[in-house]
Design a binder for this molecule. Structure first.
Ligand code: ADP
Length: 137
C-alpha cells in the first residue's frame, strides 16, 4: 500500500534512528504525498524554568528546528518540519490528526536497547493512534 500522508516523529537525543525511518518513508510515500517530521521539546517544570534565562525556550526551539531541518535536508527529503513543546506521545497523536496521517513511522525504542522492548513513547503511540503505525526495529 502506498501512503498519502506519513508522519515521522524524531527524538533529537537519538538522531541516528532517523535515517532508517526516512528510508522507509521514501519507499512507502506516494509520489507527491505529504511527509511530516516532528520533534517534541519536553516541557520543563515551572521551578526549573524560573531558573532559566528568558530566551531559553525560544532558543531550544530554534536549535531543534535547525537540527531537524539539517537532518531532513541531508536525507534529501522534502518534508514539513514541526517542533512542538510538551509530551512526545501527545504531540505525535495531535499532529497525526492534524496532517491526516495514514501512517506513523516510529522507532521501537532508543538505539541500543533490547530489540524486544517497546519504548514508552512508541507504546503510547501504538495504543492510541487512530491510523496505522509501523514500528521500526
Ligand atoms: P525509549 O523509551 O527507549 O527512549 P521511545 O519510545 O521514547 O523509546 O522512543 C522511540 C521513538 O519515539 C523515537 O525513535 C521517536 O521516533 C519517538 N520519540 C521519542 N521521543 C520523541 C520526541 N521527544 N519527539 C519526537 N519523537 C519522539
Amino acid at each position: 500500500m502506498i501512503h498519502e500522508s506519513i508522519l515521522i516523529p524524531v527524538d533529537l537525543a537519538h538522531p541516528e534512528a532517523a535515517s532508517v525511518m526516512f528510508d522507509r518513508a521514501r519507499a512507502l510515500l506516494r509520489p507527491g504525498g505529504r511527509l511530516t517530521v516532528l520533534h517534541a521539546v519536553p516541557d520543563l517544570a515551572p521551578h526549573v524554568t524560573m531558573e532559566m534565562p528568558d530566551d531559553f525556550l525560544p532558543e531550544a526551539l530554534r536549535k531543534a528546528d535547525d537540527t531537524l531541518r539539517a537532518l531532513v535536508a541531508d536525507a534529501g527529503l522534502d518534508a514539513d518540519i514541526r517542533i512542538l513543546t510538551g509530551q512526545a506521545p501527545r504531540a505525535i497523536l495531535d499532529t497525526a490528526d492534524q496532517v491526516r496521517a495514514d501512517l506513523i513511522l516510529i522507532a521501537s525504542h532508543r538505539p541500543g536497547l533490547s530489540d524486544y522492548l517497546l519504548g514508552s513513547t512508541a507504546a503510547r503511540v501504538v495504543r492510541h493512534a487512530t491510523c496505522s503505525v509501523l514500528v521500526i526495529r
